[in-house]
Design a protein around this ligand. Structure first.
Ligand code: UTP
Length: 273
């Protein structure tokens, strides 16, 4: 069972400026819920109880959201508005939130390494990038599906993938490998943001990972890669070469809420739903 979920949330969210000047990107709401709350609910659905959040400067709103607001609770207690807070209250009661700050934004791989102080090296853990918002109408969330795969292969990492148009491979980590069972691929190659002509496939990694603790050893020696950032893809490639990474074609939908188009699409989808 995966018990801990890491949420790298220290990025600047520059594609959403000026909205993200004072508000963390992860706190932007789709309907009435911030992106990060969707992510925490997904982690809970997969059995996680510890939510480990990597924050940065200007991200205090995240800690306040997952805490009791006595004044507000007192104000609406016994009124018709009380139910608006029941969902978040139940989340706060069901899990523990821990935080660490990433002082310099050196990339996703670096953010995961910073998270080690919250996660430890005892067990596999999940990683959710909350700006990738996922939904499965049948109720089995993407992380839940991945945890089921990991149960069958407990010594391997699992990354979620989806097919993207070939011309968009330069926005993602892209994998190649052999299908070993329905929807599960043993990863042999991985490239961060390849040009379409160099992409080994059109299977893009999305913001859901289950990682084995060994990833921390690898990240410690991973040099900055594409864009001068420490890339999680580069660290995973080292494990993939040892046969320790699986890619899972999840069932459901994903919205790239780090982009304005994806965010608008998600808002309209959840509103209709
Ligand atoms: P993104 O590149 O999508 O996020 O990183 P960003 O940098 O905030 O967005 P833009 O491109 O400037 O608009 C993917 C995830 O990794 C986290 C981000 O918070 C996001 O959830 N991240 C990225 C970190 O926590 N630390 C980093 O150094 C880089």
């Amino acid at each position: 069972m995966i018990k801990k979920c890491l949420f790298p949330a220290a990025g600047y969210g520059t594609r959403f400026l000026p909205a993200t000047k004072a508000i963390p990107k992860e706190m932007l709401p789709v309907l009435t819920k911030p992106l990060l709350q969707y992510g925490v609910e997904e982690a809970l659905s997969a059995g996680c109880e510890v939510m480990a959040i990597v924050t940065g400067r200007g991200k205090r709103a995240i800690e306040d959201h997952f805490d009791i607001s006595y004044e507000l609770e007192h104000q609406i207690k016994g009124t018709s508005k009380e139910h608006y807070l029941s969902e978040i209250r139940s989340i706060i009661e069901r899990c523990t939130f821990t935080y660490v700050r990433q002082r310099e934004m050196k990339g996703l791989g670096h953010a995961v390494l910073i998270g080690e102080s919250l996660i430890g090296r005892e067990e596999s853990f999940a990683v959710i990038l909350a700006d990738d918002l996922c939904d499965n109408e049948e109720g089995k969330t993407v992380l839940y599906q991945m945890a089921e795969v990991h149960k069958r292969y407990p010594d391997k990492c699992v990354v979620a993938i989806e097919e993207v148009p070939l011309e968009e491979t330069n926005k993602y980590g892209v994998i190649a490998g052999k299908e070993i069972e329905e929807n599960v691929i043993a990863v042999e190659d991985m490239v961060e943001k390849p040009d379409p002509k160099d992409a080994p496939s059109n299977y893009a990694i999305i913001g859901r990972y289950i990682l084995v603790p060994e990833i921390f050893d690898v990240l410690e020696r991973t040099k900055p890669g594409k864009g001068g950032e420490v890339q999680i893809t580069d660290a995973l490639l080292e494990l993939a070469k040892q046969g320790k990474v699986l890619a899972y074609k999840f069932k459901g939908r994903r919205f790239d809420c780090g982009s304005v188009d994806g965010f608008v699409e998600a808002t309209s989808y959840f509103y209709k739903r």
